[in-house]
Ligand binder design. Structure first.
Ligand SMILES: [Zn+2]
Length: 131
């Protein structure tokens, strides 16, 4: 349903890395403390890269090269991410989703009309049956 996009889709972890409230403090060279919006504090080591969060510890194989959202956030903060490209991708994605939402709304309206037609047909048939 979504239109072809020029920009690659931004995955959910990168989206959360960019959108969630996190406080990033550089503790030492390439070593960062990241405090999440729920108050958890993790340490990101950009040299590995590694993070002390459960996502990184238990699912590091599934995270891919970019790592957990804390590593991704630190990379955004220190300028290792092309922020303009990321913004363009997010913007493109938002437009696609908006378009999908409009198409779904239209489909829902059409289904609603069909329901009305079916209900009309049912009451017509009942009238006929009661004769
Ligand atoms: Zn992490």
């Amino acid at each position: 349903m979504s239109s072809e996009s020029v920009q690659p889709e931004v995955d959910a972890r990168t989206l959360r890395a960019a959108s969630e409230h996190m406080t990033v403090i550089e503790e030492a060279q390439a070593l960062f403390s990241v405090t999440t919006q729920s108050g958890s504090e993790y340490t990101v080591d950009l040299r590995e890269p590694a993070c002390t969060c459960p996502d990184f510890e238990y699912r590091s194989e599934q995270l891919g090269e970019q790592g957990c959202k804390h590593i991704r956030r630190v990379r955004i903060e220190v300028g290792q991410v092309d922020v303009d490209a990321l913004e363009a991708s997010l913007s493109e994605q938002a437009n696609d989703i908006q378009q999908d939402a409009e198409e779904l709304k239209q489909a829902a309206d059409e289904l609603g009309e069909t329901v009305t037609e079916l209900e009309d047909a049912i009451s017509r048939l009942r009238e006929v049956a009661e004769r």
